[in-house]
Design a protein. Sequence first.
Length: 92
Amino acid sequence: GVCHMLFIIGLCDAMSVIGHTRLIQITSATFGALLVPFHTVTVLPIEAQSLGAPITAINWLGLVLCATSAVMYFKARKIGGETAEGYSLIQC
């Protein structure tokens, strides 16, 4: 009776907490992956210059590729929007 209902309510609450925790983990990972190109393009050259380390041609190539990928990502987002199935339905 009552104990059975309390168990079901507790189980549903636990599943809700797990679901919200997973959503936060996914969102955090996505946001972190979005910040990596900006960190690479802005902070790393400044750090290299302040430490006196030379920036080689391969480093510049990586920075250019990183900046290009960030621009292409935002252009694709602007054109396509959030069209992934169910992704735009997620709300916190």
